[in-house]
Design a protein. Sequence first.
Lengths: 164, 286
Amino acid sequence: MWNLIKLMFLFILATVVHWAFASVFSYWGLSVNMILAFAIAFCAVLKPGFGYPAAFICGLFLDFFGAKLFGNNAFTFTVAACVVYTLSDRFDFDAVPPQMVTVFVLTFLVGALNSLLFLWFASTDMWPGFWSLAGGSLVTAVFSPVVFGLVRLLMGGGTFSRQG
Amino acid sequence: MLPRKKSSKKQADPAVRQRLLLPVSFLLLSFLLMILPLEGFVSSVKAVLAYVFIPQVRLAHGTAKYAEDVSQTVRELLETHRENRALKQEIEMTKLLASQAEAILDENGRLTEILQLKPAKRWTGVWAKVAYREPTQWNTVIIDKGSRDGIRERSAVISMEAGKEGLAGVVVEVTENTAKVLLVRDEDFSAAVYLERGQEEGLLVGNGLRPVRIKYIPLLTKVEKGDKVFTASTSSIFPAGILVGEVSGVREDESFQTALTVNVEPQVHSSSVKEVFVILGDGGDK
């Protein structure tokens, strides 16, 4: 129960951080995706039974605030979770460089995949631009070690954790 | 060997299936969400979520605003630090000038004594802030010092503008804690002044919204735009030598004139008066 409360707290924090970063960095035209960094951190720390739903809910949450298409973020976040769980056997997510590289690549891929889904299902071009996406991915990656540290601090070692 | 291999494969299959079950089901669910017509349901949930997450949105925007303010505050702090350093240097220079001025004053005092001249008195007074301005009487202000601070009626008032002191007005009413100052532009204001170029004296009078004028300047006086105007020693209220302003033009529209009327741009503008120095004890003593 306590772990669930902590997970909910992290989810609420993720939404606040996501909106705050989005407001600040949209000024420079960067598509920052901090909630994805949280979702990746959840998958890196939590067991698949909790990581997949957490990533799916994070994506679904963004979908409720999106337009024209529903479910695209849930889909891309689940794909990102699959990638993280596949990589977790080979990557040491306790170290900062793998965290940053994974978040950078996945933020870019999720952005690109989202654009493709929009094009496919909604016939709408939602491509934010290469530099906007790359810059946003870079900013997300730079801040991701803090997110990983926070998630590990609150969720690491508990019953939801892979180490628990 | 073969049966053992077969059994390990049989054991592995459920584990793999279990591992794939979650991601595949979530991918399938999200795919269904994308293709199913859920506009009505999504709109309803969106409306509910919008209410539920208002505090978070506000918090996020507040955080973002705070972050923006932090950079602004840091910039302001750095600017203040730079200004502080410049002001400290300026204070040091002012102290140096003050000590030089003190030496010059001493020398002046000695020479005045030797030449048996009437010594000039140094201005003493109080600084006051403009506390109130009557909207219908823009050329009068109420200051936050009064008789308790030694201010009397007909005390001269000066103010600083663009780093220079200039005549601001005269005290016309005094209460215990406030005083009313009639500014130079007011139609009821008048003062004896002289032009710096030829030392000719005239009477400065306010003229409301129109330019301030000096009357009774001798007819053949050479006056040019930009000539400085100071309070004259013949004034019964103002100490001599206070800068009043600059000549902005000579009125030439009066027929059969026996004296010149000169327009003056005051050094201190009515609208910019914020702090004033009320001269005490030296009014009329030159």
